[in-house]
Design a protein around this ligand. Structure first.
Ligand SMILES: *Cc1c(COP(=O)(O)O)cnc(C)c1O
Length: 395
């Protein structure tokens, strides 16, 4: 029986586990089979054909081959879809594999080659779009230029909110209206399905780098797109053909992590709120970027909270950023985000290194991913690191 509660906390624990009782197990099974026994050529072949064209397996024909279908991955997909209020979702080997599949599916099936991309974006996404690797023509713009940028041959509008690394918020419903008939993909990685559901605001796809909050423990790389069945069929077909599939062990860990996602997000967010308000009092911090401060109030409108990512602009420029990142002890100096342990990184030098000069983040910006440690301990670590060898420190 599918769970019917509207409460996210209960859904997060139970969704995607509907078949476990019939299987006689309580914990999620991990199915590693690369291939599966076939009943006969005809039934196996029919199932193969259904899946290779983006459909679901034929119950009589089986799963055939892991690149086409895997039950552990399918359980994670159905759980994630419930949290996103979506019909379904399609999981990939990484967030970038998901983004690549979305671009290929949107352009190939529509016969249109143009994409509108609202900056700022994650460095890897910006790089993929700007590189021309996929043969896609891209117009980069601000959210206010979307209507003017959309053309007759536009296949997709891409946006990210909160955006990386400035944590600027983009008005999802506003961009959907400006895009008209063109589908909109929202990179929902920073907000998670707990704080924001882009499909409810009219987006066609909600993409996650599951590597971040959904995994939450820094030990899985994965990606997933929540969408309707029609879109999912195209996305699955691209996955089956190009092979960017999520490994079942990754799906198992991601599904296991979903159970604590609402609790982790609330606790990490509470810590971030406390740390952001302390950072605002520091003379060495020129600007705190945190979605709470969005002047259109979008943090309370399209999101149910600001999340747990903070960026700070330091008065001491690149030197101060380099000092901070190499002086922290409880924070780890590392890229990525969203895990139970706190990370700090320098976007201009690392995650946004391949981004074109005009879209590169300022060199004085440092990005903090707030984990589950005591906010008091994290503040003490930042306080010490910001004061290290500096006359402009907070001490
Ligand atoms: C990390 C990230 C990606 C890319 O995901 P991978 O899992 O690293 O491939 C895409 N978008 C955002 C916002 C990210 O933070």
């Amino acid at each position: 029986m599918p769970i019917t509660t509207p409460h996210l906390d209960s859904l997060a624990v139970h969704a995607g586990r509907e078949d476990l009782e019939a299987l006689g197990v309580h914990a999620l099974p991990l199915d590693l089979s690369s291939t599966n026994p076939l009943p006969d050529i005809e039934r196996g072949g029919a199932s193969y054909e259904a899946m290779a064209t983006g459909g679901r397996p034929d119950p009589d024909g089986g799963h055939v081959y892991q690149r086409l279908w895997n039950p552990t991955v399918a359980r994670f997909e159905s759980a994630l879809a419930r949290l996103e209020q979506a019909q379904t979702s399609v999981a990939y080997a990484s967030g970038m594999a998901a983004m690549t599949a979305a671009l290929i599916a949107s352009t190939s099936f529509s016969g249109k080659r143009h994409v509108v991309a609202v900056r700022p974006l994650y460095g890897g996404t910006d790089h993929l779009l700007a590189s021309g690797l996929l043969g896609v023509e891209v117009t980069f713009c601000t959210e206010h230029e979307v209507a003017a940028s959309v053309r007759a041959d536009t296949a997709l509008v891409v946006l990210e909110t909160p955006a990386n690394p400035t944590l600027d918020l983009v008005d999802i419903a506003g961009v959907v209206a400006a895009a008209g008939d063109v589908p909109v993909l929202v990179d929902n990685t920073f907000a998670t399905p707990i704080l924001q559901n882009p499909l409810e605001l009219g987006a066609a796809m909600s993409l996650h780098s599951a590597t971040k909050y959904i995994g939450g423990h820094g030990d899985v790389v994965g990606g997933v797109i929540a969408c309707d069945e029609g879109t999912a069929a195209r996305l699955r077909q691209v996955r089956a053909v190009t092979g960017g599939l999520l490994h079942p062990l990754g799906a198992y860990l991601l599904h296991r992590g979903l159970a604590t996602l609402p609790t982790r997000i609330r606790a990490q967010q509470a810590g971030a709120v406390e740390i952001a308000s302390w950072l605002r009092t520091l003379p060495c911090v020129e600007r705190v970027h945190f979605p709470e401060d969005d002047d259109r109030g979008l943090a309370g409108k399209q999101m149910s909270g600001p999340g747990a990512m903070i960026s700070i602009g330091l008065r001491g420029g690149y030197e101060a950023a380099a000092r901070l990142t190499s002086s922290v002890r409880l924070f780890t100096h590392a890229v990525s985000l969203g895990g139970v342990d706190s990370l700090v990184q320098h976007p201009a030098g690392l995650t946004h290194r391949p981004v074109q000069a005009e879209a590169k983040p300022s060199a004085n910006i440092v990005r903090l991913s707030i984990g589950l440690e005591s906010p008091e301990d994290l503040i003490a670590d930042l306080d010490r690191a910001l004061s290290a060898g500096s006359s402009t420190g907070s001490a």
